[in-house]
Design a protein. Structure first.
Length: 325
């Protein structure tokens, strides 16, 4: 009878043991390399992810599109990228969602030019060769910048290159100017020495740099994603309260000079949030994408406006979300 009782106990206990929750899997976060990702760098450096009880492994990418590719092929569960990447991809990949903006800036991209190319002011860019990374925020900024200064974009020869090719092409005088984000803009300017200048940078475009994931990951890792967001909210506080420490973390991560790091902190807003302006910008970009041929006419231009999942951040920091519920 004792053996029978033991057998019945085993039948009861074994299934309970088998369905006990496994240890949480690592979350891989593909991080676009630049000051825009400072909140992630701070959270990792200060151990905020671990403190919240979530294991996050970061993986550097040269740009947001590369990070998105890692997210789409399953190599990462999270990624950082500008809102334009989401706008362009949301038509074909409706599972892609923004769960938080990690930085905003009205000066995310810079136009670095050569004086020796006869460029001293914005109007001089007409009939010049300008390198950029096409279908990225850099190209969107360039188009907006040209229109602001009354320059017909057709009068500028756009030379499409990869981000890491632009500075070298400019120094070899294969280009007259480049439109590119930091820290690459700073490296390009330093390489030109006295021949380099940064053209005026009006507020023609405010970039929202975001934390992306998929709806499937939101459904399966909701608790872990909330922990990630809590860690980023802590990073936001450190950046605001200890800018010197944040600058040192940025310099160590990117290998940039103190002056560049200081400028980056001044040019970016690192509050973790979801603003209505994000949706407004994405709507404008959707129309631009159709005009430029990146999206076929007839697509539902409201699709990008549904590519935001606000519930996670709203639960943690209601005041940080100004989107309609």
């Amino acid at each position: 009878m004792g053996r029978l009782a033991f057998c019945w106990m085993a039948l009861i206990v074994l299934p309970l043991w088998q369905v006990s929750p496994a240890r949480a899997e690592n979350l891989t976060l593909a991080v676009s390399r630049g000051p825009v990702s400072l909140a992630v760098y701070v959270a990792e450096s200060e151990g905020y992810f671990s403190r919240e009880g979530v294991r996050v492994q970061t993986r550097d990418c040269a740009r947001g599109r590369s990070c998105l590719n890692l997210l789409r092929d399953g190599s990462a569960q999270l990624a950082t990228a500008a809102e334009l990447i989401v706008t362009l991809n949301s038509f074909r990949h409706p599972d892609l969602v923004i769960i938080a903006t990690v930085s905003t800036s009205s000066h995310p991209v810079k136009l670095v030019a050569r004086r020796s190319a006869g460029i001293a002011s914005p109007v001089d860019l007409a009939d010049k060769r300008v390198g950029t990374v096409v279908d990225t925020s850099a190209q969107y900024f360039l188009d907006s910048w040209l229109l602001f200064y009354g320059i017909d974009p057709r009068r500028v020869t756009i030379v499409p290159l990869e981000a890491d090719q632009l500075a070298g092409a400019l120094q070899r005088q294969e280009l007259d100017a480049i439109a590119i984000w930091e820290p690459l803009a700073g490296f390009a300017l330093a390489g030109l020495g006295e021949d380099g200048l940064v053209l005026p940078n009006p507020r023609v475009y405010t970039q929202h740099f975001n934390l992306l994931t998929t709806r499937q990951t939101v459904a399966s890792h909701r608790a872990d994603l909330e922990k990630v967001l809590r860690a980023l909210l802590s990073a936001q506080n450190l950046i605001a309260q200890e800018p010197g420490k944040a600058q040192r973390i940025l310099r160590a991560r990117l290998g940039i000079e103190p002056a560049v790091a200081d400028m980056s902190l001044k040019e970016h807003d690192f509050r973790i949030r979801l603003d209505q302006t994000l949706l407004t910008t994405m709507g404008t970009q959707a129309r631009w994408a159709v005009r430029e041929g990146y999206v076929a006419p007839g697509n539902n231009l409201n699709v990008p406006l549904h590519a935001v999942e606000s519930d996670l951040l709203r639960r943690l920091a209601p005041d940080a979300v100004t989107l309609a519920p």
